[in-house]
Design a protein around this ligand. Structure first.
Ligand SMILES: Nc1ncnc2c1ncn2[C@@H]1O[C@H](COP(=O)(O)OP(=O)(O)O)[C@@H](O)[C@H]1O
Ligand SMILES: O=P(O)(O)OC[C@H](O)CO
Length: 542
């Protein structure tokens, strides 16, 4: 739908509304590693206005990846203002903000002044590679693995089995935070003086938006740090103690759809409530309506993330896939198992920087113009190779180059490498997770590419749905926010309840009042416009 059509439709909707109160909208934000975007959603989950900006990563040393927090903050505020303007609505019509963020990218700051001690350290950063290696080979880890294996043998407790296979990776916050604590004297001092806050991007944005009055994260973001225990649903005492991460610097963990506090009025002129914080992959899962056990989504953005809904309890895993919290909304807890490949969009962006093409969209035609890659292969590993190889030091490389190799072969090899990694992840999922796959839905910028989509479908021999609207992380965040706002408004309007301060979970309040089965829907799949529609990729007939 064009912007003009959307505008006309919105005016019709407003003029035919029974009351004179203006329409209300929810913002869905996605702070990705490549793009930061904001969509304004109406109550039928249609996008009324949008804005996006490119995230500037900083590379101070080979292997180090950082983001300047001041630049990110300026972009975050700008995309919100621009999207609201593009939608042609007023800030006071925005009833809730849902924020999805790249996960495991963190910062620390001064509790008293709010000043950060360093840039965001990205999930792609490799500065802790040596620490990871030495911890994984350490006596403590060997003892831990041995003891838990033994305990599993006698008790058959599967948590013990999972712990016995646990290893550190550079993608976990854990050892990158340890690196910061060991190498930045300012942070060390602040910790000693109980003046240090740690946060992933969601926590820091919340802190900035509320001018320091709210400090929290949600279960989905916490579960991706590497030192959250998804079985006990709290920060892991075992890991924090083992690597000396002080509990005093960690934020409280809240539900995903929750009233986290209101944006300070000075920022947008009105106090907009922040009603959802969620990790971007979990948010995409929610946006793709992967609500049932066995539902799978494949997100190809900066990296590739393959997630399966494992139901109410965290899956016991085998070292490749890892258990995560999908979302927690009152009594409803959804767990996921995830596997990933770190370099997907990064390979496209890198090739673009080398002038192999000018626009990512050209890559599809370039690949299709050839019969095959003429034996050229690309290894997509600027930030190491994740499971099943688990080598943080693996280098990206081309193989099989010949005199006849052109840039077309190189581009085709890069796209093929993305599909091969998808196949590798899917095989690992089938090996490790004993849950039958029901649906596979794709999203993220790289799923624009029909060559990658078709090749993936051919390799895994499964149907893959690609929704018409790819920004599933934004949609998921907006749905989670909409859920909180709808429930809260319903409670206030219908029951006259004022919810203040440390609120009870909105979801459980709704259960108590029976509102869940009433006007609002408990599963957003029932809301118009949320069901993924679009294109289906199926294995080609040979
Ligand atoms: N048609 C396309 N073919 C291949 N890659 C694409 C295409 N369109 C966009 N991309 C890539 O998608 C990536 C951005 O995806 P996105 O999901 O927005 O990332 P993130 O959420 O990680 O910031 C970029 O690397 C971009 O080059
Ligand atoms: O930037 P994305 O969308 O590839 O997501 C990054 C992940 O959240 C890292 O865990």
């Amino acid at each position: 739908m064009s912007g003009q059509q959307a505008g006309a439709e919105q005016r019709r909707e407003e003029s035919s509304a029974p009351t004179s109160s203006p329409s209300r909208f929810v913002l869905g934000l996605d702070v990705g590693s490549t793009v930061i975007r904001c969509h304004v959603y109406d109550r039928t989950a249609r996008v009324r206005g949008s804005s996006a900006q490119k995230v500037e990563n900083v590379y101070p040393q080979p292997g180090w990846v950082e983001i300047d927090p001041d630049a990110l903050w300026a972009q975050f505020v700008a995309v919100i203002k621009d999207a609201v303007k593009a939608a042609g609505v007023q800030m006071n019509q925005i009833v809730g903000l849902g924020i999805s963020t790249q996960r495991a990218t963190f910062i620390t700051w001064n509790k008293k002044t709010g000043h950060h001690f360093h840039n965001f350290i990205s999930w792609q950063d490799l500065r802790a590679a040596e620490l990871v290696k030495s911890w994984n080979n350490s006596l403590i880890m060997k003892l831990l693995h041995g003891a838990t294996k033994l305990l599993h043998f006698f008790s058959r407790n599967k948590v013990m089995l999972t712990v016995s296979r646990f290893t550190f990776t550079t993608q976990h916050v854990t050892l990158r935070l340890v690196w910061i604590l060991q190498n930045l004297p300012e942070v060390k001092k602040a910790v000693e003086e109980d003046n240090c806050c740690f946060g992933t991007i969601d926590t820091w944005l919340l802190y900035k938006l509320t001018k320091g009055s709210s400090y929290a994260t949600d279960y989905s973001n916490a579960s991706t740090t590497g030192f959250f225990d998804p079985y006990a649903m709290r920060w892991s005492k075992l890991i924090a103690t083992m690597v000396s991460i002080p509990f005093s610097i960690l934020p409280p963990v809240r539900d995903t759809s929750y009233n986290f506090g209101s944006v300070d009025e000075e920022i947008f002129g009105v106090p907009i409530p922040v009603v959802a914080l969620v990790g971007d992959q979990q948010s995409a899962m929610f946006g793709e309506c992967c609500f049932e056990t066995g539902d799978v989504k494949l997100t190809m953005g900066t990296g590739t993330f393959l997630d399966i809904n494992t139901g109410k309890t965290p899956q016991h895993v085998n070292g490749g896939f890892y258990p995560l919290i999908g979302w927690k909304i009152g009594h409803e807890l959804v767990c996921l198992a995830e596997g990933n490949a770190g370099d997907t969009g990064t390979a496209i962006v890198w090739a673009q920087k080398l002038d192999l093409f000018t626009d990512a969209a050209e890559t599809e035609k370039m690949a299709l113009s050839l019969e095959d890659s003429e034996g050229v292969y690309f290894v997509p590993s600027f930030s190491g190779l994740q499971a099943p190889l688990n080598d943080p030091c693996a280098c990206a490389s081309f193989m099989g180059l010949k005199h006849s190799t052109s840039k077309y072969h190189l581009v085709r090899a890069i796209l093929e490498s993305i599909a091969f990694r998808n196949k590798q992840l899917y095989d690992m999922l089938q090996r490790e997770i004993q849950i039958p796959v029901t649906n596979i839905r794709a999203d993220g910028g790289v799923c624009n590419n029909a060559f990658v989509m078709q090749m993936t479908s051919d390799l895994i021999n499964e149907k893959i749905d690609r929704p018409a609207h790819f920004d599933m992380s934004c949609l998921g965040a907006a749905s989670l926010a909409g859920l909180a706002v709808a429930i809260e408004r319903l409670l206030q309007d219908t029951y006259g309840w004022e919810l203040r301060g440390e609120r009870q979970s909105l979801w459980s309040l709704c259960d108590q009042t029976g509102a869940r089965s009433g006007q609002i829907c408990d599963k957003p799949s029932k809301i118009d416009g949320l069901k993924p529609q679009g294109y289906q990729f199926q294995k080609r007939q040979q």
